[in-house]
Ligand binder design. Sequence first.
Ligand code: 13P
Length: 249
Amino acid sequence: MSTRRPLVAGNWKMHKTGPEAREFCTALAGLVGDAPAADVAVCPPYTALEASAEALAGSPIAVYAQNVHENEKGAHTGDISSAMILATGAQGALVGHSERRAEGDTDGQIALRVRNAIDAGLLVVLCCGESLDTRKAGETEAWVTRQIRSALEHVTASDITSLVIAYEPIWAIGTGETASPVQAQEACAIVRRVAAETVDGEALRVLYGGSVSPANAAELMAQPDVDGALVGGASLEPESFAAIVAAAG
Ligand code: 13P
């Protein structure tokens, strides 16, 4: 049995206004209670971070941003810094989500974002994962290995308490096509092995993401190298997200 505490995080993507987030978070806190069996986080859009953090004050549920810029300040229209995220009451940030990579976030930026966000005091959930073409070509391991090595370029062993990695195959995101438990286990084991070149692999939490639902969450998270879930669509309703949290226990 692993001693790693599971983490279930809900990535809302571009959904929910501040008032909607407040209502959601109040309902979620009631469903999850004071002592969930897993760490729990929501990842609202930037504009709803503060409302979410306020609504979740005093609950065990954390708030993470969906991205963070690598610089502390400056001429970066549309971006926000680690300090700005922390000032909303949020404690973490996703970095390197495939939807951000598709919008132009580069490997070099992602490596700097990981470093600078950890330095600022954020928990980083680094995302990686291959496309369907890459999987069909049998290159999943090489792809994920390259992504992890690149993103952890500036990370050292002492960063382990500030780092989580989520494996999210692009072909499973928003498609309803989940990786099988065997596929999720294989890929999360690869992530752990490669990350162990830099941090303590036994201590690292590795999440699976991609069409996680209340129906498949328990089996996915029961895999030995899957320490929780990064949930998209099923995190938008309090009941379905709370059901996934319960499945982690
Ligand atoms: P879905 O759960 O909607 O497939 O999204 C997964 C995801 O991208 C979470 O970051």
